[in-house]
Design a protein around this ligand. Structure first.
Ligand code: GLU
Length: 489
């Protein structure tokens, strides 16, 4: 088995392309086959090396590797069929186009865009399907010469035979298309640039691809490809078209409406293992209740013919859920390493490790970490700027209760030996102070929480105090008391 992934570097790695890559990868690994990456960069106007880099880099981030093809955007191609970039394979396409011309399966066409547009309009008026009228199919030598003398440059069109094309799709089963509805399509532009339908077929043959697994958006292209394969005398691979990824409202996931670039998920702090697990389930399930699968386990279980036919809904809540599961499964030191890029460089590694237990239970994405525990590294005056004096009041109470709690807390913290400044001792002492002040524990704690973390909801309060240390905690309580004083004045 030889499968391939054939991205066009005309945009960053798309969620759908990532899922198709994953399904190809899993199919190859499951069968012990070979996985090829081919860069389809014949659209020179829109292809960039930067997009190629984004695609390769993010596939690698997901843990997807391939046996043949470019291993890095500016690196060498690996494999017996190199080069794997279509822009470097032009000679082969020219040879194959010549074969089609020689056999009569393709022909040159000199029609101008204006002429084609006029034909289309006329067909529309007659309520006929728009398709090329074959004006250039049987030109005389004199007519051809006249066009050339005119300075016109021809495209090459493939002559589509009026036949019904059937294939047994790995996902969808028997599929049937009537090619008599297709017009003769262009396979080489008049600047000599070969086009997708043609080059994809040439390369799949040249690279000995046995299974073409791609998005359902290519299903209607497959009868064209099969017609080309037959005309070129190639072997027909098996095709498998995997369902589109849909938004929750079943609309198509588009760049404009949805977040589709893999890099955006990476930047928000989704873990690659969670993303892979999530992508695998977009159109496939193991048929059991199990939901946590490593890449290896997926390769073990995944079968392309078990992929669902219907559209796969992109459920962000499920992704968040999975991400949380993977985050909580990490050891603290491991999670600290993953969080490194989401925390300012000035925060020392050992301090970061100390913060992890405070956030681990509530972290959905790594990128949420500054929101959860940024108070630990932000300067005191910044944290004091996150709340208004009125926010210090407990749920049942006003500035007086806030002041009582903050003063009680200040005395309690100041009386503590720095060596005793632990969450456990702090909790014990603060509860006693609340009682002494005649306040409910919750009402006593909430002004302290606001003063220390600048937020009404935070990681566990006493662990937060311990993390901050005595001096910084006292300074923040003083800031809060100062803000209350400002109100009174
Ligand atoms: N370059 C095509 C794409 O990006 C490849 C389609 C295929 O797999 O044949 O959609």
């Amino acid at each position: 088995m030889r499968v391939r992934m054939a991205p066009s570097p005309t945009g960053p790695l798309h969620i759908g392309t990532a899922r198709t890559s994953l399904y190809n990868f899993l199919t190859a690994r499951h069968a012990g086959g070979t996985y090829v990456l081919r860069i389809e960069d014949t659209d020179t106007a829109r292809s960039t090396l930067e997009f190629e880099r984004d695609i390769i880099d993010n596939l690698h981030w997901l843990g997807i590797t391939w046996d043949e093809g470019p291993q890095a955007a500016d690196g060498d191609d690996i494999g017996p069929f190199a080069p794997y970039r279509q822009s470097l394979r032009m000679e082969l396409y020219a040879t194959e186009a010549d074969r089609l011309l020689a056999s009569g399966a393709a022909y040159r066409c000199w029609c101008t865009p204006e002429e084609l547009e006029a034909v289309r309009k006329a067909q529309e008026a007659l309520k006929q399907p728009p398709r090329y009228n074959r004006r250039c199919l049987n030109l005389t030598d004199a007519e051809r010469a006249a066009f050339e003398a005119d300075g016109r440059k021809p495209v090459i069109r493939f002559k589509v035979e009026p036949e019904v094309i059937r294939f047994d799709d790995l996902v969808r089963g028997e599929v049937e298309f009537d090619n008599s509805l297709l017009g003769d399509f262009v396979i080489v532009r008049n600047d000599g640039m070969p086009l997708y339908h043609f080059v994809v077929v040439v390369d799949d043959e040249a690279m000995e691809i046995s299974h073409v697994i791609r998005g359902e958006d290519h299903l209607s292209n497959t009868p064209k490809h099969i017609a080309l394969i037959r005309a070129l005398g190639y072997r027909e691979p098996r095709f498998g078209h995997i369902p589109l990824i849909l938004n929750a409202d079943r609309s198509k996931m588009s760049k404009r409406k949805s977040q589709t670039a893999m890099s955006a998920y990476r930047e928000q702090g989704y873990l690659p293992e969670a993303m892979v697990n999530f992508l695998a389930f977009l159109g496939w399930s193991p048929g059991t209740e199990e939901e946590i699968f490593s890449l290896d386990e997926l390769a073990d279980r995944f079968e392309i013919d078990k992929v669902h036919k219907g559209g796969a809904i992109f459920d962000r809540d499920r992704l968040d859920h999975l991400n949380g599961v993977y985050i909580r499964a990490l050891a603290d030191e491991q999670l600290a390493l993953r969080l490194r890029d989401f925390v300012p460089a000035a925060v020392a590694d050992e301090d970061l490790v100390r913060m992890v237990p405070l956030v681990k239970e509530r972290l959905v994405k790594l990128g949420d970490v500054p929101e959860l525990i940024g108070f630990a590294w932000e300067p005191d005056d910044v944290v004091a700027g996150w709340y208004e004096p009125a926010d210090l009041a407990p749920r049942k109470g006003g500035p007086e209760e806030a002041r009582a709690a903050l003063e009680g807390a200040r005395d309690t913290l100041a009386a503590l030996d720095p060596a005793d400044f632990s969450a456990e001792v702090l909790e014990q002492r603060c509860r006693a102070a609340a009682e002494a002040a005649g306040m409910k524990a919750g009402d006593f704690f909430s002004p302290i929480r606001m003063a220390i973390t600048g937020r009404p909801i935070s990681p566990p309060l006493f662990a937060s105090l311990e993390l901050l240390g005595r001096e910084r905690s006292l300074a923040r309580i003083d800031d809060a008391l100062g803000k209350l004083g400002a109100v009174r004045a």
